[in-house]
Design a protein around this ligand. Structure first.
Ligand SMILES: [Zn+2]
Length: 187
């Protein structure tokens, strides 16, 4: 697999609003979207990560590989204790859009990280606990409506933000980074 360099947050291109992908989707766009997921799968393998010096991640957005188009991938592997097969949640979406969300908020107690961000930014990244997203899923070749909650909703919102030039630390309250939100889901 040919590895593309990850664009870092020192690069202003990560701050741009990405363009929608035009229909009918070209082979190049479909392949690029597939690459986003392939990268996550590839880097989730310890041997690959070590050999190619890759950081594993649960999500990747197209601007992070230097292409400012509205595409993203999510790949979450849940280790299972009792069986050999682990549960996996994966999406590779073109033109994803957040269409609704809960009032309830959610955040990771350990904060968020990003393949494009090398510095540590501590604090809660406040997001919605439940979301509904639409988009063209290249894994099923269909437009889909996807409901996500908790951790998966957080990961998806992180990636959607990239398409609008937003980085996770933008959401951290600078004056009080660990301020608790009443009623929020803490993970
Ligand atoms: Zn990120």
């Amino acid at each position: 697999m040919e590895i593309k360099k990850i664009v870092k947050d020192t690069n202003k291109s990560l701050r741009q609003v990405c363009e929608s992908v035009k229909e009918p989707y070209s082979k190049i766009d479909l392949d690029t979207c597939k690459y986003l997921l392939d990268y996550l799968v590839f880097a989730s393998n310890d041997e690959n990560a070590e050999k190619y010096n890759l950081r594993p991640g649960v999500g990747l957005a197209c601007p992070q590989i230097g292409i400012n188009k509205r595409m993203l991938a999510v790949y979450i592997e849940y280790p299972s204790e009792d069986s050999k097969e682990s549960k996996i949640t994966k999406y590779a979406l073109i033109n994803p859009r957040l269409i609704s969300h809960s009032e309830r908020k959610a955040y990771l107690l350990g904060g968020e990280g990003c393949l494009s961000v090398d510095n540590n930014h501590e604090g809660y990244v406040i997001r919605y606990a439940n979301i509904t997203v639409t988009g063209f899923n290249i894994l099923t070749n269909k437009n889909e409506t996807i409901k996500l909650r908790g951790y998966e909703a957080i990961v998806m919102q992180h990636e959607l933000d990239h398409l609008d030039g937003i980085l996770f630390y933008d959401h951290i309250d600078k004056k009080d980074p660990f301020k608790k939100i009443e009623g929020a889901l803490e993970i």
